[in-house]
Design a protein around this ligand. Sequence first.
Ligand code: NAP
Ligand code: ZN
Ligand code: ZN
Length: 348
Amino acid sequence: MSKTSAYAAVSSKSPLAPHSIERREPGAHEVLIDILYCGVCHSDIHQVRDEWGGSIFPMVPGHEIVGKVVKVGDMVGKWKEGDTVGVGCFVDSCRKCEACKDGEEQFCDEGMTATYNGYERDGKTPTYGGYSTRITVNEDYVLRIPAGMPLERVAPLLCAGITTYSPLNHFGVKPGASVAIVGLGGLGHMGVKIAKAMGAKVTVVSHSSSKRNDALSLGADDFIATLDENAFTENAKRFDFILDTVSAKHDYNSYLNMLRRNGRMVLIGIPEPTVISAVPLIFQRRSLSGTLIGGIRETQEMLDFCSQHGVLSDVEVIPIQKINEAYERVLKSDVHYRFVIDIASLKS
Ligand code: NAP
Ligand code: ZN
Ligand code: ZN
């Protein structure tokens, strides 16, 4: 065990503050990672503020981790000291259920071991995330970062990247498909870039009219401001696929009406529950789905895809001392388009 610097929230009402945690020496199949960068996901805020219930405190958030392997366990075959690696939203799972065997560990029957705000497989040791200087992880739950990618711009791929890649990939969005990305934040801006790289025609649907130019420079072909009261009627039956990344409560039914016949809307944002009517689904035979991050295999595939297509996150790098300010800005939709913590600020 060794003392490790971190930032933690001690309750749902307290700001993040300096904190010390213990990290274990790597076991036979584990690696110790020196963390370089960690992205700031809106899920960090939901959980720190206990908006989903059941939060475990003290909480060290962070599940968009990039760093270097500094020590490997005796039996580790996949990694060596000096490798550049990533850790995403989970660090273990049961490995024997159908989902785990299929490489979709995020749907593990026994529950994945979340990178933070969870417990190790023993059911009692709390997990702590990437707002810390190092982490010990089983070798099978570590991702390879392709050479040459700027690491601060890669960190957000570990959650925002895979969470948007997975639905686009799983539901087979084809080149030329008309795709709407609802909400231009951390997930949304990755959705735009990944859908474009897959050859889709992409429209950003936003409640912030000021984001039009940003949307277009991120690669979107079109922009719809939902504050315009005619937006929903004017764009009815327009899209093959809608990816909804919005973090706050909104009316899904009006967005469903923007789908064409047989179109699909996938929810990835996790706001408070909203009532969904059967009517927009029945008319035009539309589908509504949801997806949760992605498995290890698909996350590696996404990293390789992003490397091949030059897809990276647009980031604002901050020292960890600015984390509470960053949270306030995320809540005001004032993020361009992902805050990433330079963990060097926690080491000095
Ligand atoms: P984010 O950076 O804060 O982006 C959310 C965007 O939602 C905002 O930028 C804003 O875009 C839009 N929005 C915010 N308030 C709104 C409102 N009142 N009405 C309409 N639109 C609003 O957050 P994020 O990190 O991308 O995360 C988005 C959501 O996905 C969160 O709920 C997070 O917990 C969830 N999430 C889910 C998964 C999964 O596996 N399914 C994984 C990671 C995160 P505009 O200004 O463009 O409207
Ligand atoms: Zn996340
Ligand atoms: Zn399992």
